[in-house]
Design a protein around this ligand. Sequence first.
Ligand SMILES: Cc1cc2nc3c(=O)[nH]c(=O)nc-3n(C[C@H](O)[C@H](O)[C@H](O)COP(=O)(O)OP(=O)(O)OC[C@H]3O[C@@H](n4cnc5c(N)ncnc54)[C@H](O)[C@@H]3O)c2cc1C
Length: 382
Amino acid sequence: MLERGEVANSWRRERWDSLRLLTPNWQCRLPGHRYDGPDPDGYLTMGEVTEFIERFAKVSGAPVQAGANVTSVRRTDGGYHLTTSRGEIACRAVVIASGACNQPAVPRLRDGLPSSVEQLTPFDYRNPAQLPRGGVLVVGASATGVQLAAELQRSGRPVTLSVGEHVRLPRTYRGRDVLWWMDASGVWDQRYDEVEDLTRARRLPSPQLVGTPERATLDLNALTSMGVQLVGRWAAVRDSRALFSGGLRNVFSLADLKMERLLDTFDEWAREHAPDAEVGPPERFAPTRPPGSARLQLDLRSGEIATIVWATGFRPDYRWLDVPVLDAKGHLDHEGGVLGSPGLYALGLPVLRRRKSTFIHGVEDDARAVIDHLGGYLAGRR
Ligand SMILES: Cc1cc2nc3c(=O)[nH]c(=O)nc-3n(C[C@H](O)[C@H](O)[C@H](O)COP(=O)(O)OP(=O)(O)OC[C@H]3O[C@@H](n4cnc5c(N)ncnc54)[C@H](O)[C@@H]3O)c2cc1C
Protein backbone atom coordinates (compact mmCIF):
# COMPACT_ATOMS: atom_id res chain seq x y z
CA MET A 1 0.00 0.00 0.00
CA LEU A 2 1.73 3.09 -1.23
CA GLU A 3 0.94 6.53 0.19
CA ARG A 4 2.78 9.62 -0.95
CA GLY A 5 2.20 11.45 2.34
CA GLU A 6 1.00 10.00 5.64
CA VAL A 7 -2.01 7.85 6.50
CA ALA A 8 -5.16 10.04 6.10
CA ASN A 9 -3.15 12.50 4.06
CA SER A 10 -6.10 14.24 2.38
CA TRP A 11 -7.75 14.89 5.76
CA ARG A 12 -4.51 16.27 7.20
CA ARG A 13 -3.38 18.46 4.32
CA GLU A 14 -6.25 19.34 2.03
CA ARG A 15 -9.05 20.59 4.30
CA TRP A 16 -9.88 23.86 6.04
CA ASP A 17 -9.63 24.33 9.84
CA SER A 18 -13.31 24.38 10.79
CA LEU A 19 -14.37 21.47 8.58
CA ARG A 20 -16.23 18.59 10.15
CA LEU A 21 -17.52 15.54 8.33
CA LEU A 22 -21.01 15.98 6.97
CA THR A 23 -21.68 12.28 7.61
CA PRO A 24 -22.70 11.59 11.23
CA ASN A 25 -20.39 9.71 13.58
CA TRP A 26 -22.51 6.54 13.70
CA GLN A 27 -21.98 6.32 9.96
CA CYS A 28 -18.18 6.40 10.34
CA ARG A 29 -17.35 2.81 9.67
CA LEU A 30 -14.71 0.87 7.82
CA PRO A 31 -14.47 -2.93 7.73
CA GLY A 32 -14.26 -4.15 11.35
CA HIS A 33 -13.80 -0.63 12.72
CA ARG A 34 -16.45 1.88 13.66
CA TYR A 35 -16.93 5.07 15.67
CA ASP A 36 -17.51 4.08 19.29
CA GLY A 37 -17.28 7.46 21.04
CA PRO A 38 -19.83 9.27 23.21
CA ASP A 39 -21.51 11.33 20.45
CA PRO A 40 -22.91 9.05 17.71
CA ASP A 41 -25.05 11.87 16.27
CA GLY A 42 -22.17 14.38 16.07
CA TYR A 43 -19.72 15.01 13.23
CA LEU A 44 -15.98 14.38 13.42
CA THR A 45 -13.46 17.24 13.21
CA MET A 46 -10.50 16.80 10.86
CA GLY A 47 -8.24 15.81 13.77
CA GLU A 48 -10.76 13.16 14.78
CA VAL A 49 -11.12 11.77 11.24
CA THR A 50 -7.35 11.52 10.98
CA GLU A 51 -7.23 9.59 14.27
CA PHE A 52 -10.08 7.35 13.14
CA ILE A 53 -8.28 6.39 9.93
CA GLU A 54 -4.90 6.04 11.67
CA ARG A 55 -6.49 3.64 14.15
CA PHE A 56 -8.03 1.65 11.29
CA ALA A 57 -4.62 1.38 9.58
CA LYS A 58 -3.22 -0.04 12.86
CA VAL A 59 -6.00 -2.50 13.74
CA SER A 60 -6.30 -3.77 10.17
CA GLY A 61 -2.53 -4.22 9.94
CA ALA A 62 -2.49 -2.42 6.59
CA PRO A 63 1.01 -2.67 5.10
CA VAL A 64 1.30 1.08 4.44
CA GLN A 65 4.50 2.48 3.00
CA ALA A 66 4.19 6.19 3.75
CA GLY A 67 6.16 8.76 1.80
CA ALA A 68 6.02 6.61 -1.35
CA ASN A 69 4.87 8.83 -4.19
CA VAL A 70 3.89 6.86 -7.29
CA THR A 71 5.17 8.80 -10.28
CA SER A 72 4.51 6.23 -13.00
CA VAL A 73 2.50 3.05 -13.58
CA ARG A 74 3.24 1.17 -16.82
CA ARG A 75 1.87 -2.07 -18.22
CA THR A 76 4.38 -4.91 -18.67
CA ASP A 77 4.12 -8.52 -19.88
CA GLY A 78 3.77 -9.78 -16.32
CA GLY A 79 1.50 -7.02 -15.01
CA TYR A 80 2.59 -3.51 -14.03
CA HIS A 81 5.76 -1.62 -13.31
CA LEU A 82 5.61 1.23 -10.79
CA THR A 83 8.12 3.97 -10.29
CA THR A 84 7.89 5.52 -6.84
CA SER A 85 9.91 7.97 -4.78
CA ARG A 86 11.02 4.92 -2.78
CA GLY A 87 12.05 2.72 -5.68
CA GLU A 88 10.74 0.53 -8.50
CA ILE A 89 8.08 -2.14 -8.01
CA ALA A 90 6.85 -4.93 -10.28
CA CYS A 91 3.41 -6.37 -9.52
CA ARG A 92 0.68 -8.43 -11.15
CA ALA A 93 -2.24 -6.17 -10.26
CA VAL A 94 -2.84 -2.58 -9.12
CA VAL A 95 -5.78 -1.03 -7.25
CA ILE A 96 -5.96 2.71 -7.81
CA ALA A 97 -7.29 4.24 -4.58
CA SER A 98 -5.68 7.63 -5.02
CA GLY A 99 -8.87 9.58 -4.36
CA ALA A 100 -11.47 11.46 -6.40
CA CYS A 101 -10.61 14.91 -5.06
CA ASN A 102 -6.86 15.41 -5.59
CA GLN A 103 -7.13 18.92 -6.95
CA PRO A 104 -9.65 21.74 -7.08
CA ALA A 105 -11.54 22.00 -10.38
CA VAL A 106 -11.37 25.69 -11.30
CA PRO A 107 -13.02 27.02 -14.47
CA ARG A 108 -11.02 28.96 -17.07
CA LEU A 109 -12.78 32.14 -15.91
CA ARG A 110 -9.96 32.42 -13.38
CA ASP A 111 -7.52 33.50 -16.11
CA GLY A 112 -7.52 37.16 -16.95
CA LEU A 113 -9.16 38.47 -13.77
CA PRO A 114 -7.76 41.70 -12.28
CA SER A 115 -4.67 41.00 -10.16
CA SER A 116 -6.09 43.22 -7.40
CA VAL A 117 -8.52 40.41 -6.58
CA GLU A 118 -7.07 37.51 -4.60
CA GLN A 119 -8.10 34.03 -5.72
CA LEU A 120 -8.27 30.99 -3.45
CA THR A 121 -9.32 27.38 -3.79
CA PRO A 122 -10.51 25.16 -0.91
CA PHE A 123 -7.01 23.60 -0.95
CA ASP A 124 -5.44 27.01 -0.11
CA TYR A 125 -8.17 28.13 2.28
CA ARG A 126 -7.70 27.47 6.00
CA ASN A 127 -9.72 30.18 7.83
CA PRO A 128 -11.13 33.69 7.30
CA ALA A 129 -8.12 35.43 8.93
CA GLN A 130 -6.09 34.51 5.86
CA LEU A 131 -8.24 36.73 3.60
CA PRO A 132 -7.92 40.50 3.21
CA ARG A 133 -10.81 42.55 4.59
CA GLY A 134 -13.47 43.28 2.00
CA GLY A 135 -16.06 41.46 -0.02
CA VAL A 136 -15.77 37.81 -1.03
CA LEU A 137 -17.25 36.15 -4.08
CA VAL A 138 -17.71 32.44 -3.39
CA VAL A 139 -18.27 30.52 -6.61
CA GLY A 140 -20.27 27.29 -6.24
CA ALA A 141 -23.04 26.43 -3.78
CA SER A 142 -22.43 22.78 -2.96
CA ALA A 143 -21.16 21.54 0.43
CA THR A 144 -17.85 23.42 0.25
CA GLY A 145 -19.32 26.65 -1.14
CA VAL A 146 -22.16 26.98 1.35
CA GLN A 147 -19.87 26.16 4.29
CA LEU A 148 -17.20 28.69 3.27
CA ALA A 149 -19.82 31.35 2.42
CA ALA A 150 -21.32 31.02 5.92
CA GLU A 151 -17.95 31.12 7.66
CA LEU A 152 -16.74 34.16 5.71
CA GLN A 153 -20.01 36.05 6.16
CA ARG A 154 -19.78 35.42 9.93
CA SER A 155 -16.24 36.82 9.87
CA GLY A 156 -17.69 40.19 8.84
CA ARG A 157 -16.80 40.00 5.15
CA PRO A 158 -19.81 40.60 2.89
CA VAL A 159 -20.25 37.45 0.80
CA THR A 160 -21.78 37.08 -2.64
CA LEU A 161 -22.47 33.46 -3.57
CA SER A 162 -22.67 32.40 -7.19
CA VAL A 163 -25.17 29.54 -7.44
CA GLY A 164 -25.46 26.97 -10.22
CA GLU A 165 -27.02 23.51 -10.13
CA HIS A 166 -27.05 22.25 -6.55
CA VAL A 167 -28.47 19.58 -4.26
CA ARG A 168 -30.60 20.97 -1.45
CA LEU A 169 -31.11 18.86 1.69
CA PRO A 170 -32.34 19.57 5.21
CA ARG A 171 -29.90 18.47 7.92
CA THR A 172 -32.60 16.54 9.73
CA TYR A 173 -35.90 15.12 8.49
CA ARG A 174 -38.69 13.79 10.69
CA GLY A 175 -36.34 13.91 13.66
CA ARG A 176 -33.52 11.93 12.03
CA ASP A 177 -30.34 12.95 10.25
CA VAL A 178 -31.12 13.15 6.54
CA LEU A 179 -28.25 10.73 5.92
CA TRP A 180 -29.99 8.21 8.20
CA TRP A 181 -32.84 8.35 5.68
CA MET A 182 -30.46 7.90 2.75
CA ASP A 183 -29.12 4.80 4.46
CA ALA A 184 -32.35 3.30 5.83
CA SER A 185 -34.46 3.83 2.71
CA GLY A 186 -31.85 2.14 0.52
CA VAL A 187 -31.18 5.21 -1.65
CA TRP A 188 -27.47 5.11 -0.83
CA ASP A 189 -27.30 1.40 -1.62
CA GLN A 190 -28.69 1.85 -5.11
CA ARG A 191 -26.33 0.03 -7.47
CA TYR A 192 -24.58 1.70 -10.37
CA ASP A 193 -26.29 -0.60 -12.87
CA GLU A 194 -29.73 0.41 -11.50
CA VAL A 195 -29.11 4.17 -11.70
CA GLU A 196 -31.00 5.74 -14.59
CA ASP A 197 -28.39 8.21 -15.79
CA LEU A 198 -25.07 6.98 -14.45
CA THR A 199 -22.93 9.68 -16.08
CA ARG A 200 -25.07 12.35 -14.45
CA ALA A 201 -25.16 10.56 -11.09
CA ARG A 202 -21.37 10.40 -11.11
CA ARG A 203 -21.15 14.14 -11.71
CA LEU A 204 -23.75 15.15 -9.12
CA PRO A 205 -22.45 17.91 -6.83
CA SER A 206 -22.17 17.28 -3.09
CA PRO A 207 -25.31 18.11 -1.05
CA GLN A 208 -25.66 21.44 0.79
CA LEU A 209 -24.87 19.99 4.19
CA VAL A 210 -22.67 20.92 7.12
CA GLY A 211 -21.84 18.95 10.25
CA THR A 212 -22.31 21.17 13.31
CA PRO A 213 -23.10 20.33 16.93
CA GLU A 214 -26.46 22.13 16.46
CA ARG A 215 -27.30 19.92 13.44
CA ALA A 216 -28.30 23.08 11.60
CA THR A 217 -29.56 23.15 8.00
CA LEU A 218 -27.33 25.21 5.73
CA ASP A 219 -29.41 25.77 2.62
CA LEU A 220 -29.68 28.96 0.57
CA ASN A 221 -32.51 30.29 2.74
CA ALA A 222 -30.25 29.99 5.79
CA LEU A 223 -27.49 31.86 3.93
CA THR A 224 -29.89 34.60 2.77
CA SER A 225 -31.00 35.06 6.39
CA MET A 226 -27.35 35.52 7.37
CA GLY A 227 -27.00 38.30 4.77
CA VAL A 228 -25.24 36.38 1.99
CA GLN A 229 -26.16 37.80 -1.41
CA LEU A 230 -27.11 35.18 -4.03
CA VAL A 231 -26.32 35.58 -7.73
CA GLY A 232 -26.63 33.15 -10.64
CA ARG A 233 -24.02 30.92 -12.20
CA TRP A 234 -20.87 32.80 -13.23
CA ALA A 235 -21.09 32.62 -17.02
CA ALA A 236 -18.45 34.98 -18.42
CA VAL A 237 -15.99 37.81 -17.79
CA ARG A 238 -16.17 41.00 -19.83
CA ASP A 239 -14.04 44.09 -19.19
CA SER A 240 -13.18 42.81 -15.72
CA ARG A 241 -16.85 42.40 -14.91
CA ALA A 242 -18.20 39.03 -13.78
CA LEU A 243 -21.42 38.24 -15.65
CA PHE A 244 -23.92 35.94 -13.94
CA SER A 245 -26.75 33.94 -15.54
CA GLY A 246 -30.31 34.98 -14.85
CA GLY A 247 -32.97 32.37 -14.14
CA LEU A 248 -32.04 31.86 -10.51
CA ARG A 249 -35.72 31.20 -9.80
CA ASN A 250 -35.64 28.14 -12.11
CA VAL A 251 -32.44 26.83 -10.57
CA PHE A 252 -34.03 27.10 -7.12
CA SER A 253 -37.29 25.45 -8.22
CA LEU A 254 -35.42 22.52 -9.68
CA ALA A 255 -33.40 21.94 -6.50
CA ASP A 256 -36.57 22.29 -4.37
CA LEU A 257 -38.43 19.83 -6.59
CA LYS A 258 -35.63 17.25 -6.40
CA MET A 259 -35.50 17.58 -2.64
CA GLU A 260 -39.29 17.10 -2.40
CA ARG A 261 -39.04 13.97 -4.55
CA LEU A 262 -36.35 12.55 -2.31
CA LEU A 263 -38.44 13.31 0.79
CA ASP A 264 -41.40 11.58 -0.90
CA THR A 265 -39.19 8.51 -1.36
CA PHE A 266 -38.33 8.60 2.34
CA ASP A 267 -42.01 8.95 3.31
CA GLU A 268 -42.97 6.04 1.09
CA TRP A 269 -40.30 3.87 2.68
CA ALA A 270 -41.35 5.00 6.18
CA ARG A 271 -45.01 4.02 5.59
CA GLU A 272 -43.90 0.41 5.18
CA HIS A 273 -40.84 0.12 7.36
CA ALA A 274 -40.64 2.70 10.14
CA PRO A 275 -43.15 2.56 12.98
CA ASP A 276 -44.46 6.03 13.90
CA ALA A 277 -42.58 5.97 17.19
CA GLU A 278 -39.26 5.76 15.36
CA VAL A 279 -39.62 8.87 13.23
CA GLY A 280 -41.53 12.15 13.45
CA PRO A 281 -44.39 13.20 11.13
CA PRO A 282 -43.64 14.14 7.49
CA GLU A 283 -42.29 17.65 7.01
CA ARG A 284 -42.12 20.02 4.07
CA PHE A 285 -39.77 22.99 3.80
CA ALA A 286 -40.27 26.54 2.53
CA PRO A 287 -39.24 26.98 -1.12
CA THR A 288 -35.87 28.64 -1.71
CA ARG A 289 -36.42 32.39 -1.62
CA PRO A 290 -35.08 34.18 -4.71
CA PRO A 291 -33.40 37.52 -4.03
CA GLY A 292 -35.57 40.60 -4.75
CA SER A 293 -33.42 41.44 -7.75
CA ALA A 294 -30.39 39.24 -8.33
CA ARG A 295 -27.40 41.13 -9.65
CA LEU A 296 -26.35 40.10 -13.11
CA GLN A 297 -22.86 41.56 -12.95
CA LEU A 298 -20.12 42.61 -10.59
CA ASP A 299 -17.28 44.97 -11.42
CA LEU A 300 -14.18 43.21 -10.17
CA ARG A 301 -12.12 46.40 -10.41
CA SER A 302 -14.41 48.43 -8.18
CA GLY A 303 -12.89 47.11 -4.94
CA GLU A 304 -16.20 45.61 -3.83
CA ILE A 305 -14.73 42.11 -4.14
CA ALA A 306 -11.33 41.57 -2.53
CA THR A 307 -11.26 37.76 -2.81
CA ILE A 308 -12.74 35.06 -5.02
CA VAL A 309 -13.06 31.59 -3.53
CA TRP A 310 -13.47 28.85 -6.13
CA ALA A 311 -15.73 26.23 -4.57
CA THR A 312 -16.35 24.68 -7.97
CA GLY A 313 -15.58 21.07 -7.13
CA PHE A 314 -12.60 18.75 -7.19
CA ARG A 315 -11.03 16.38 -9.66
CA PRO A 316 -8.73 13.38 -9.52
CA ASP A 317 -5.13 13.60 -10.73
CA TYR A 318 -3.80 10.73 -12.85
CA ARG A 319 -0.73 12.41 -14.34
CA TRP A 320 1.30 9.48 -12.98
CA LEU A 321 -0.77 6.83 -14.77
CA ASP A 322 0.83 5.71 -18.06
CA VAL A 323 -1.87 3.19 -19.01
CA PRO A 324 -4.55 4.35 -21.51
CA VAL A 325 -7.61 3.93 -19.29
CA LEU A 326 -8.84 7.53 -19.07
CA ASP A 327 -11.86 8.95 -20.90
CA ALA A 328 -11.87 12.24 -22.80
CA LYS A 329 -12.53 14.17 -19.57
CA GLY A 330 -9.56 12.60 -17.79
CA HIS A 331 -11.65 10.26 -15.61
CA LEU A 332 -11.02 6.53 -15.26
CA ASP A 333 -13.12 4.54 -17.69
CA HIS A 334 -14.31 1.61 -15.57
CA GLU A 335 -17.12 -0.87 -15.02
CA GLY A 336 -17.79 -1.00 -11.30
CA GLY A 337 -14.09 -0.40 -10.55
CA VAL A 338 -12.79 -2.86 -13.14
CA LEU A 339 -10.64 -1.11 -15.75
CA GLY A 340 -10.05 -2.07 -19.36
CA SER A 341 -6.45 -3.10 -18.65
CA PRO A 342 -6.31 -6.60 -17.05
CA GLY A 343 -5.36 -6.54 -13.37
CA LEU A 344 -6.04 -2.81 -12.99
CA TYR A 345 -8.80 -1.70 -10.58
CA ALA A 346 -10.17 1.44 -8.92
CA LEU A 347 -11.89 2.26 -5.62
CA GLY A 348 -13.25 5.44 -4.03
CA LEU A 349 -14.85 7.07 -7.09
CA PRO A 350 -18.36 8.57 -7.26
CA VAL A 351 -21.04 5.88 -7.71
CA LEU A 352 -18.30 3.30 -8.40
CA ARG A 353 -20.75 0.50 -7.52
CA ARG A 354 -23.28 2.25 -5.33
CA ARG A 355 -24.50 5.77 -4.64
CA LYS A 356 -22.57 5.71 -1.35
CA SER A 357 -19.27 4.74 -3.02
CA THR A 358 -17.46 7.99 -2.45
CA PHE A 359 -18.19 8.18 1.27
CA ILE A 360 -16.06 6.62 4.00
CA HIS A 361 -18.70 4.03 4.92
CA GLY A 362 -19.35 3.28 1.24
CA VAL A 363 -16.03 1.70 0.36
CA GLU A 364 -16.54 -1.62 2.17
CA ASP A 365 -19.09 -3.17 -0.21
CA ASP A 366 -17.20 -1.87 -3.25
CA ALA A 367 -13.89 -3.17 -1.96
CA ARG A 368 -15.33 -6.66 -1.45
CA ALA A 369 -16.65 -6.78 -5.03
CA VAL A 370 -13.48 -5.39 -6.56
CA ILE A 371 -11.23 -7.69 -4.51
CA ASP A 372 -13.40 -10.68 -5.51
CA HIS A 373 -12.79 -9.82 -9.15
CA LEU A 374 -9.09 -9.29 -8.52
CA GLY A 375 -8.85 -12.66 -6.70
CA GLY A 376 -10.49 -14.39 -9.67
CA TYR A 377 -8.12 -12.65 -12.06
CA LEU A 378 -5.01 -13.73 -10.13
CA ALA A 379 -6.32 -17.29 -9.72
CA GLY A 380 -7.01 -17.47 -13.47
CA ARG A 381 -3.47 -16.40 -14.26
CA ARG A 382 -2.07 -19.02 -11.93
C1 LIG B 1 -14.02 18.74 1.36
C2 LIG B 1 -14.43 17.31 1.43
C3 LIG B 1 -15.29 16.86 2.43
C4 LIG B 1 -15.67 15.54 2.51
N1 LIG B 1 -16.52 15.15 3.50
C5 LIG B 1 -16.86 13.86 3.62
C6 LIG B 1 -17.69 13.40 4.70
O1 LIG B 1 -18.19 14.18 5.50
N2 LIG B 1 -17.96 12.07 4.81
C7 LIG B 1 -17.46 11.16 3.92
O2 LIG B 1 -17.73 9.96 4.09
N3 LIG B 1 -16.71 11.57 2.88
C8 LIG B 1 -16.40 12.88 2.70
N4 LIG B 1 -15.63 13.29 1.65
C9 LIG B 1 -15.23 12.32 0.65
C10 LIG B 1 -13.91 11.73 1.08
O3 LIG B 1 -12.88 12.28 0.31
C11 LIG B 1 -13.92 10.27 1.00
O4 LIG B 1 -14.91 9.74 1.81
C12 LIG B 1 -12.61 9.61 1.42
O5 LIG B 1 -11.60 10.50 1.78
C13 LIG B 1 -12.10 8.90 0.24
O6 LIG B 1 -10.98 8.19 0.63
P1 LIG B 1 -9.96 7.70 -0.44
O7 LIG B 1 -8.92 6.94 0.32
O8 LIG B 1 -10.65 7.03 -1.56
O9 LIG B 1 -9.35 9.07 -1.05
P2 LIG B 1 -8.40 10.12 -0.37
O10 LIG B 1 -8.81 10.42 1.02
O11 LIG B 1 -8.26 11.25 -1.34
O12 LIG B 1 -7.02 9.35 -0.28
C14 LIG B 1 -6.22 9.09 -1.40
C15 LIG B 1 -4.79 8.95 -0.94
O13 LIG B 1 -3.98 8.64 -2.05
C16 LIG B 1 -2.77 9.35 -1.96
N5 LIG B 1 -2.24 9.49 -3.31
C17 LIG B 1 -2.79 10.15 -4.36
N6 LIG B 1 -1.99 10.05 -5.45
C18 LIG B 1 -0.92 9.31 -5.08
C19 LIG B 1 0.27 8.90 -5.75
N7 LIG B 1 0.49 9.20 -7.04
N8 LIG B 1 1.17 8.16 -5.05
C20 LIG B 1 0.94 7.83 -3.76
N9 LIG B 1 -0.15 8.21 -3.07
C21 LIG B 1 -1.07 8.96 -3.73
C22 LIG B 1 -3.15 10.68 -1.34
O14 LIG B 1 -2.06 11.29 -0.68
C23 LIG B 1 -4.26 10.28 -0.37
O15 LIG B 1 -3.79 10.05 0.94
C24 LIG B 1 -15.21 14.61 1.55
C25 LIG B 1 -14.35 15.06 0.53
C26 LIG B 1 -13.96 16.38 0.47
C27 LIG B 1 -13.05 16.80 -0.64
